[in-house]
Design a protein around this ligand. Structure first.
Ligand SMILES: [Zn+2]
Length: 162
């Protein structure tokens, strides 16, 4: 897991947050209307799904509640239920459309655990057989075979069918 939750990403996020210190990135993004620019693929009732702009792998999604919480225990039952449903839906779509062989799914709670943004979110990282061979070697210049824009288009149209 330490290979997946790589520290170089934290530097990116720290930069973004320090440039917009007064506002949380996830709260800001969801308040805007340009979902293509912001890589949001689905808006639910209590939570939304977006592509990670600095992905560990192609199709790396995040499920994020609209409410700004940094703790897991303050989420409402409705939020927890919808986040789990969106997680399951994301896995299904990534399996169907990206032919993923497996997934790493997780939440980083607190800075020590690698949370770059203090707004709780679930990472869904698709995995393919053999991808561990190059991941640790290339580090932050990891190969992403499909552009974020392409991924967004595919995923957006799939989530719209749901
Ligand atoms: Zn927030």
């Amino acid at each position: 897991m330490e290979k997946l939750w790589a520290p170089w990403r934290y530097e990116y996020i720290k930069k973004i947050v320090s440039e917009n210190q007064d506002i949380c990135l996830f709260c800001k993004i969801v308040s805007e209307s340009n979902d293509e620019k912001n890589l949001i693929v689905y808006r639910g009732k209590k939570a939304y799904i977006m592509l990670n702009r600095y992905p560990y792998n192609n199709g790396h999604l995040m499920v994020i509640p609209y409410n700004h919480f940094s703790e897991i225990n303050v989420l409402s039952d409705e939020e927890m239920l919808e986040m789990m449903k969106l997680l399951a839906l994301s896995v299904k779509i990534l399996k169907d459309k990206f032919s993923s062989d497996g997934f790493n799914i997780g939440i980083n709670l607190g800075k020590i655990a690698g949370a770059g943004i203090d707004h709780i979110h679930i990472h869904i990282v698709p995995r393919w057989n053999g991808d561990t061979n190059f991941m640790p070697v290339l580090g932050d210049t990891k190969l992403i075979s499909q552009s974020l824009e392409e991924s967004w288009k595919i995923l957006k149209s799939e989530f719209e069918k749901m």
